[in-house]
Design a protein around this ligand. Structure first.
Ligand code: FES
Length: 933
């Protein structure tokens, strides 16, 4: 018997023990994605005799003699399956990595199942969308536009890759295996802190198919940081490709390269390593104390670690005015310690790359990264290669959220490719994502704030300790940013910040959506709520009284805001929109029955539209011979929608439609430099370069037409078909291209932007919740988010980004936590145990937009893919406080934690704690202080 895949028989036979997913991918059906190996994510869903199955947990031999259908077999020739069409039209995806599996599940839903999507989609995870666009796609309705006061200057242009995504033909990093491909697997440290004494590779090298083993003795003696920034000196140099010191459980010890994945895995199992176990430290407060184990003993001058002897990478000590005097002046003071947890990015596509040496001898790396240009600069530094000898490119990237702003696989794969002269692929498992990549920095944040009786803030003080884990990638940047806009958004004459980024022997932290702000905003926005309550002032009114307004100096005391301007301001609108929506919901949203307590909560956030200290982007755009346009940008598409917006911007400037603009991006050999896709810069920096380049090309084409027609340029206008000159002379675009080229006139243009000056953007989130004291359950009755995004270039995409960011934040606020054992081990390194939010876990969020137009952003737009995350957790905590009278100070607000806090406070459904003074939280009574003068 043979195997039938999408109606075609194949003579291929699976290997013993092979799962159906891997077998199908080896047959070239790359629409079958790999997101886990545990049947958790559903990205690999296919039909077996018409029934959806998770192919990663289905033995391949079970498909023998049966019909296997993958997403590639769904369309009928050129006609998409109706579900594919609906996903394309409703933009039911962002990165698109989960989409094949979603479509295969959705296309088999019965009417009854469609009516119960929370249950029907429990086997398919999406990390990007927040599921609402998927719900709309399944229900066959276009995704809603932003409502109320919406500045909808743009249109819902379709994503350029939509058809490829829904048909499974979109190529991700590992979907193009080159001939002669070798596979790499990594041995990871079982110790939190240890020195490698010896590695016996003999048994591993004897495994059939193993071609090489690499240890620290093979790695260049170069220190670098996995965190990528435009300025190489932003992060401490504390990392080697392979090191002889292990600093966390899960750090890579050695790499085995073999002809197959199975042989590489067997080779890893055969390695024998002798370690000298060293003392370890897991608490950042302890790590700063004298006598703590020193994790990176290199001198500060060499490593840029501020105080290696006390494991402190960076410190901030900022001061404005006199906080002591400010507190003396206050009528009420609130003081509290908050804790935020370690959270995983959990992009559906794990880290992976393929490295090879091309025919010119250049190291070439196709990788799932947000920062191809900065990865190239790091590879050049590590391997001492000139930039022209290193090429880094991406195809489609399956989600990032900041986690792919690191070099975590490219270095070691390149080492092997350079040594072996054959292509080498490294794909991390889902477990490795948890144990060997990065996470959100856990922080302990002490806040003290004081205000006068009329609600005027007089003093704001923070002490922040950020746990960066074993390596310092992004540690300083996250600390500065976290203490930046969160403090700057409040107008207060006396501010003080003391903050520390500290090494521990735990899995490293790194860049993650919000870049430190979500942690400090949780603390500050919770504090502002309590301060308002102490003064018997409505929390929204309290904020309105104290937030910055245009013309106010913006002072964070922790980072540079000299180049920040009020290019627009929509915070006042956002607060009003959310307050009104919550007021409406009190009358319109039915409350659950007895046993529940009801409450509302609001929180706000500010973000500067561009990261500080320079963010660069270049764009080239040219007219092609057939009259269409070619756009080339450096920024990466990883679900943030930049490819859509860039084609829209270029098309608008060139007077054409987005489908006539082809985009090529993120290849260091083909396009100009781009710092990378983070901090929402894909629109506000790279998008601006695209707009400027397209505007320049428009002018050049007018000038070329003027030369060719002997008319003045001002009498020539570019249209969709060509350039119309004078009273009707039309030069069609193909003709213009031909004649201009013959005449040596340029038909291309280039632009570069540097990310300065920067503007401000705001987000406000509101919740109405019901809390059940008997179980600790939080029921979200209303979720509303108002965004100050400037001119909305693509309403559907904007709503999708906000819904996705809010969904991630709800996950982090309620469910997600990487739990670390006493010996530093991640104890829940799987999507299921980690509790990545499913469809059923994510409530609908009403998305509202302020009516603003930014003077600095492209076409008035501002950044909005990163910031919606930031105010969500404090808004939820504030709503729980409103409902129960109890202030929760640690995330996530899981059922157990809420139940314990309410039980400790004696809260019942009949008797909330109430009153202005919050109850002490278990474990922190001595640290909680409330003062009402
Ligand atoms: Fe669902 Fe990215 S679109 S995981």
């Amino acid at each position: 018997m043979t195997y039938s895949i999408n109606g075609s028989e194949t003579g291929a036979v699976p290997r013993p023990g092979q799962c159906l997913r891997t077998f199908l991918r080896e047959q070239g059906t790359f629409g079958v994605r790999k997101g886990c190996d545990a049947g958790d994510c559903g990205a690999c869903t296919v039909w077996l005799d018409g029934t959806p199955v998770h192919s990663c947990v289905t033995p391949a031999f079970r498909a023998r003699g049966r019909d296997v259908t993958t997403v590639e077999g769904l369309a009928d020739g050129a006609d998409l399956h109706p579900v594919q069409r609906d996903f394309a039209e409703a933009q039911g995806f962002q990165c698109g990595f989960c989409t094949s599996g979603m479509i295969m599940t959705a296309a088999k839903l019965t009417p009854e199942q469609r009516a119960d999507l929370p249950h029907a989609l429990k086997g398919n995870l999406c990390r990007c969308t927040g599921y609402r666009a998927i719900e709309d796609a399944i229900n066959g309705v276009p995704h809603v536009e932003a409502t109320r006061a919406g500045a909808s200057a743009g249109h819902n242009a379709a994503a350029p890759g939509a058809r490829e995504i829904v048909t499974g033909k979109a190529l991700f990093t590992l979907d193009l295996p080159p001939d002669g491909l070798l596979h790499m697997k990594l041995l990871r440290s079982p110790h939190a802190h240890a020195r490698v004494i010896a590695v016996d590779t003999s048994a591993a090298l004897a495994v059939p198919g193993v071609r090489a083993v690499f240890t620290h003795e093979d790695a260049p003696p170069v220190l670098y940081s996995s965190g990528r920034h435009e300025h190489l000196t932003d992060d401490p140099d504390d990392t080697r490709v392979l090191d002889d010191v292990m600093r966390h459980i899960g750090q890579r010890v050695a790499a085995v390269v073999a002809e197959t994945v199975a042989a590489a895995e067997e080779g890893v199992r055969a390695l024998v390593v002798e370690y000298e176990v060293l003392p370890a430290v897991f608490d950042p407060e302890l790590a700063m104390r004298p006598g703590a184990p020193v994790i990176h003993p290199k001198p500060a001058a060499e490593s840029r670690i501020a105080f290696p002897e006390r494991n402190t990478i960076a410190e901030i000590h900022g001061n404005l005015g006199d906080v002591a005097a400010g507190f003396d002046e206050a009528d009420a003071i609130y003081e509290q310690i908050y804790h935020t947890q370690r959270v995983q990015h959990a992009a559906m596509e794990t880290h992976g790359c393929v490295a090879w040496v091309d025919e010119r001898g250049a190291l070439t790396v196709r990788t799932s990264t947000q920062v191809p240009f900065l990865t190239r600069s790091a590879l050049c530094a590590v391997f001492n290669l000139p930039p022209e000898h290193v090429r880094v490119l991406t195809v489609r990237v399956g989600g990032g959220f900041g986690g792919k702003q690191e070099m975590l696989v490219e270095d070691v794969a390149s080492l092997a490719a350079l040594r072996l002269g054959r292509p080498v692929q490294l794909e991390l498992t889902r477990e490795e994502q948890f144990t060997g990549t990065t996470s959100r920095h856990p922080m302990a944040i002490w806040v003290r704030a004081g205000a006068r009786e009329d609600g005027t803030l007089t003093a704001l003080q923070l002490r922040v300790v950020s746990d960066t884990g074993a390596y310092g990638n992004h540690a300083a940047g996250v600390l500065h940013h976290g203490c930046g806009e969160s403090v700057a958004v409040y107008r207060c004459p006396n501010k003080k910040v003391d903050a520390y980024a500290v090494y521990t022997n735990t899995v490293p932290a790194g860049a993650f959506r919000g870049y430190g702000l979500s942690q400090t905003i949780f603390a500050i926005e919770s504090t502002m709520d309590e301060l308002a309550r102490l003064l018997h002032i409505d929390p929204v009114s309290f904020r309105e009284r104290n937030v910055i307004r245009p013309g106010d100096p913006m002072v964070s005391v922790s980072n540079e805001l000299d180049d920040v301007e009020y290019g627009s301001y929509g915070l006042d609108q956002c607060l009003t929109l959310v307050r009104d929506a919550l007021a409406d919901s009190r009358n319109s949203v039915p409350a659950p029955g007895p046993g529940w307590l009801l409450g509302d909560g609001v929180a706000l956030s500010l973000i500067n539209t561009i990261p500080p200290r320079g963010h660069y982007a270049e764009t080239d755009v040219r007219l092609l011979a057939d009259g269409t346009y070619q756009l080339m940008v450096g920024t990466t598409e990883f679900g943030n929608g930049t490819s859509t917006v860039h084609t829209q911007l270029a098309a608008t400037a060139l007077g054409t439609t987005p489908d006539r603009v082809a985009i090529a991006q993120s290849d260091t050999a083909l396009v100009g430099h781009d710092t990378g896709a983070y901090g929402s810069t894909g629109v506000v920096v790279a998008g601006k370069a695209t707009l400027l380049a397209a505007q320049a090309l428009r002018q050049r084409l007018r000038e070329a037409a003027a030369v060719l027609t002997a008319l003045p340029p001002e009498e020539c206008e570019l249209t969709e078909e060509g350039v119309v000159c004078g009273s009707g002379t039309m030069l069609g675009l193909p003709e213009l291209h031909r004649r201009a080229t013959e005449a040596g006139l340029p038909v291309q243009a280039h632009a570069r932007t540097d990310g300065s000056p920067r503007s401000v953007a705001f987000n406000v989130h509101g919740f109405r919740v019901a809390v059940r004291p008997r179980t600790g359950e939080i029921l979200i009755l209303k979720s509303v988010h108002a965004a100050d995004a400037g001119v909305v270039l693509n309403p559907m995409q904007l709503v999708g980004q906000i819904e996705g960011g809010v969904a991630q934040a709800i996950g982090a606020a309620v469910y997600e936590e990487m739990r670390i054992s006493a010996d530093g081990r991640v104890v829940n390194p799987a999507l299921r145990d980690y509790h990545l939010p499913q469809f059923a876990d994510v409530p609908h969020t009403e998305v509202l937009v302020a009516k603003t137009a930014d003077t600095l952003g492209p076409m008035g737009a501002k950044s909005m893919s990163e910031s919606p995350f930031n105010p969500v957790a404090p808004a939820l905590a504030n709503a729980v406080r409103d409902a129960t009278g109890v202030r929760l100070t640690s995330l996530p607000l899981g059922r157990d934690r809420v139940w314990e806090a309410l039980a400790h406070a004696g809260v019942t459904a009949e008797d909330p704690a109430g009153g202005p003074a919050p109850h002490a939280v278990p474990g922190l009574p001595e640290e909680t202080a409330v003062e009402r003068r």
